[in-house]
Design a protein around this ligand. Structure first.
Ligand code: SAM
Length: 216
């Protein structure tokens, strides 16, 4: 099977390191996960380009740089349990696993959840449990989580997810309106939540009980 390691190396150098991402585990994960196995066949040639790509059902796989930044903000460590909301292609989940984490990833659209399962299997990624349901409700069965990553645009941070964060855990999410959001990191310290902001991003909507109520 084609490996494309040279393209990944160039992606990491030009798109990710050059823009300031430094976490060695994140850089190594971006070098090792075969992103071309997570994009549709018709876009495989563009898999390592500096932009998001369509994955069908009006959804996208995020730009490599945005995946790297969100992973660095979350800073998953070996043995961490991470909850991802918005499985999409499964690529972000694979990056978290490559950083040493176990991942529970929730996707709302059944066909997209199936796609992610297939992509993850094809790429040989274990340690991801994909669930198909409304991720804004969280997943109390396995809580608390060391990190929670929301990879869809939310008008506000869903209350159930804040509750499922472990003490010292971090939640990273794009928060804002329909056109533009800000990348936000919330760190829990017992019953206190510390919020930091990291600039503008643009994501497809988080649709659910604690997200947007319908598509637009
Ligand atoms: N992390 C993905 C990847 O690596 O390819 C990209 C995620 S894509 C930008 C956003 C995903 O969030 C879409 O697949 C969408 O269906 C999903 N989504 C939207 N609302 C959701 C919800 N309430 N619960 C779970 N998934 C949701």
């Amino acid at each position: 099977m084609e490996n494309r390691a040279a393209e990944r190396e160039e992606m990491v150098r030009r798109q990710i390191e050059a823009r300031g991402v430094k976490n060695p585990q994140v850089l190594q994960a971006m070098r090792s996960v075969p992103r071309h196995l997570f994009v549709p066949e018709s876009y495989a040639r563009e898999a390592y380009q500096d932009y998001p790509l369509p994955i069908g059902h009006d959804q996208t796989i995020s730009q490599p740089y945005v995946v790297a930044v969100m992973t660095e903000l979350l800073s998953p460590e070996k043995g961490d349990l991470i909850l991802e909301i918005g499985t999409g292609s499964g690529y972000q989940a694979a990056i978290l696993v490559a950083c040493g984490a176990s991942v529970i990833s929730i996707e709302r659209i059944p066909a997209v959840a199936d796609l992610a399962e297939r992509n993850l299997t094809r790429a040989g990624v274990r340690n991801v449990l994909v669930l198909c349901q409304d991720g804004t409700l969280g997943y109390p069965d396995k809580a608390p989580y060391n990190g929670i990553l929301i990879t869809a645009a939310t008008p506000a941070l869903p209350e159930p997810l804040l509750e499922e964060l472990a003490d010292g855990g971090r939640l990273v999410a794009p928060v804002g309106d329909r056109d533009m959001q800000e990348l936000v990191r919330v760190t829990r310290n017992k019953d206190e939540y510390h919020t930091e902001r990291f600039g503008a991003v643009r994501f497809v909507p988080l649709i659910g009980m604690y997200g947007w109520k319908k598509e637009w």
